[in-house]
Ligand binder design. Sequence first.
Ligand SMILES: Cc1cc2nc3c(=O)[nH]c(=O)nc-3n(C[C@H](O)[C@H](O)[C@H](O)COP(=O)(O)OP(=O)(O)OC[C@H]3O[C@@H](n4cnc5c(N)ncnc54)[C@H](O)[C@@H]3O)c2cc1C
Length: 379
Amino acid sequence: MDYNLSPEQQALQQRVRKLAQEKLAPLAHEADEMDELHPGVTKALAQEGLFKYMVPKEYGGNGISVINVCIIREELSKVCGQADSTFAMQGLGSYSITLAGSEDLKRRYLPKVATGEAIAAFALTEPQAGSDVGSLQTTATLDGDHYVINGTKRYISQCGFASFYTTFLKTDPGAGTKGISAIVVDKGTPGLDTSKKVKLLAPHVNGEVLYRNVRVPKSQLLGAPGGGMRIALSTLDVFRTTVAAAVLGMAEAAYAAALKRAKERKAFGQPLADFQATQFKLAEMVTGIEAARHLIFWAAWLKDSGTAQVIQQASMAKLFATEMAQRVVDEALQIHGAAGLEKGSIIEKLYREVRQPRVYEGSTEILKIVIAREILKDK
Ligand SMILES: Cc1cc2nc3c(=O)[nH]c(=O)nc-3n(C[C@H](O)[C@H](O)[C@H](O)COP(=O)(O)OP(=O)(O)OC[C@H]3O[C@@H](n4cnc5c(N)ncnc54)[C@H](O)[C@@H]3O)c2cc1C
């Protein structure tokens, strides 16, 4: 077994680390407290060519490797949450086109995603349908050569800033999940309203997308009618592991800050690091980080090696990493004492940021259901 990153992967890691430290760190405080896209952050990611890692080579990208996406997300999330989510959404929002779009749609959208000229969004969740995707209520009705879309999507990242919304809706409302289809809706289409923001615990570009008799050419449909659920699941099969990599980065940032603090801060005449209670915390933190790293890069490697479906490994990686990172950030805050609660401190920011991934792209409970289903399916 070879546990080392290849020379190319190591070079990518170094390049993103440098970008994060030199260009993103000075913007991070401002960007991570905004519910708008920070133009400097998007520009830095685009100039570095990072969005190309979300697009196949034939359409102007570098090809999509889950390991590369994990490497990038781990480095970005250590420094700037918005940089990580902007990068991630380019992939999540456009992968359905890569997977199922017509040649014309691929040529029209993907090269612009690769350069950052187009910003992508993934619109699945609704006010009444989150984990239970089958109960989504947005519909598309055929009228000549167009679909007419009506409904509401909520908690949509990049809302108001995206150039297009990959929208999951029902073309056959009576057919349950088999009636779900995916269609690309351009910003500015009459009847599309993306003006309502949703404010979250850790500021994040997010909002509600309203569709009121939005007419979209039939040619914007991805794949065949009724293929939407398969597209959504295949998308998660690629990106779920990368959420785990993002929280790994958050845990590493919290651990590094806690280690430094434990060595520097004195209480009762000695550094906190000399107390066994602190040492046990640090030992558990670093063990959790290491364990998560193995699960994440194993799931990523399996997918890149051509395993058709890694839903169990990806779900295990995300489940373990998100729960681990929550504990690590909490313990890092405890080691910091009141300084970790202070607004503007890295730990206070991470404490808010790390909570959100336990809910999206498969909540903790849904991941356990998926893992259990996989281990019991041959029973
Ligand atoms: C920061 C952020 C960004 C997001 N970005 C996007 C985006 O870009 N696009 C998009 O479409 N959505 C997005 N979402 C929405 C996200 O995908 C949903 O929040 C998620 O799917 C969960 O749905 P819900 O919030 O409606 O919770 P619910 O589905 O209502 O679940 C509530 C609780 O019940 C639990 N639960 C549900 N079903 C079961 C069950 N069968 N057994 C046990 N427990 C269960 C859940 O685990 C959860 O704890 C985002 C959310 C956040 C927080």
